[in-house]
Design a protein around this ligand. Structure first.
Ligand code: ADP
Length: 264
């Protein structure tokens, strides 16, 4: 009868509503849990350099130090302060992006010019380390629509990693290709590589393959999370392939239809 059908309808609706409330609550708790984990991680990451700064300064003050000793302490302190500044910069970028406070400002960029600039910056980054930095991008007037500052930052993060995790005499290559539907930018290296089981995690905030080895190499563990955010914001994708002991290759794919066009 009619009333029964309505009752059934109501109880189904109530059950569905209760289920979606459950799912929502579950999602809220898991977001809260992630936020707590993130704050704990931030505190931990900042505590290490702060402990070093405090310890070294206290020791220098306690003993009668020569000027050369003090200089050494100051140099080491500067390293820690620089590390903390990078960390705070990266944290700010990510929290602003979470809040949607970084609107992209796309402009028309020459791909060849951008990558040539980044190759030069990469050479500066490599400093004294003997790394061959190759550019494989045809100078055919390809232009893309992207937020130049953010895209630069993303590629520079990949380059920094490629240089950081590649031993002396290695090769880092920046390559770009254009297909009908997309522009791909690939940063490959002949470095230490990444084991397969880590690949799905390396874009997570603070994930490092080997925390002990990389603790004082200047990394923040946030570089790839920022790359992922920039690429997602451009409606693109990023993939990685790697062979331990042989090297890694990170590929950014930016769709031509939504954001990009080419000429040339
Ligand atoms: P980090 O500041 O530690 O480099 P990232 O988020 O940039 O943080 O990278 C996360 C981890 O992924 C690194 O700690 C490192 O273990 C691994 N990784 C990233 N890029 C490379 C690479 N080119 N070669 C080998 N390992 C890499």
């Amino acid at each position: 009868t009619q009333p029964l059908a309505t009752d059934q309808l109501n109880s189904t609706a109530v059950r569905e509503l209760a289920e979606s409330c459950d799912r929502l609550i579950e999602r809220m708790f898991s977001a809260l849990h992630r936020a707590r984990q993130f704050s704990a991680h931030v505190a931990h990451e900042l505590r290490t350099p702060l402990t070093i700064l405090r310890g070294e300064t206290e020791i220098a003050l306690r003993r009668k130090s020569e000027i050369t000793d003090i200089r050494q302490v100051l140099e080491s302190n500067l390293e820690e302060i620089t590390r903390m500044s990078y960390l705070v910069d990266d944290l700010l970028t990510l929290s602003k992006s979470d809040l949607g406070e970084i609107p992209l400002q796309p402009t028309t960029i020459s791909l060849h010019q951008l990558l040539k600039d980044l190759q030069r910056q990469g050479q500066v980054l490599a400093g004294g380390k003997e790394i061959l930095l190759e550019l494989d991008c045809p100078d055919t007037g390809i232009v893309i629509q992207a937020d130049e500052l953010r895209l630069r930052q993303a590629i520079l993060n990949l380059l920094t990693n490629a240089i950081r995790y590649t031993p002396t005499s290695g090769v880092v290559t920046i390559a770009a290709r254009v297909t009908e539907s997309a522009v791909t930018i690939r940063i490959s290296d002949t470095g230490i590589g990444i084991e397969e089981r880590h690949l799905q995690h390396i874009f997570d905030r603070f994930y490092r393959v080997d925390k002990n080895i990389h603790q004082y190499d200047g990394g923040t563990g946030l570089g790839l999370a920022i790359v992922k955010w920039v690429v997602d914001a451009h409606h693109g994708s990023i993939s990685v392939s790697s062979t331990p002991g042989q090297g890694s290759s990170f590929t950014i794919t930016l769709p031509k239809s939504r954001n990009n066009s080419t000429r040339g």
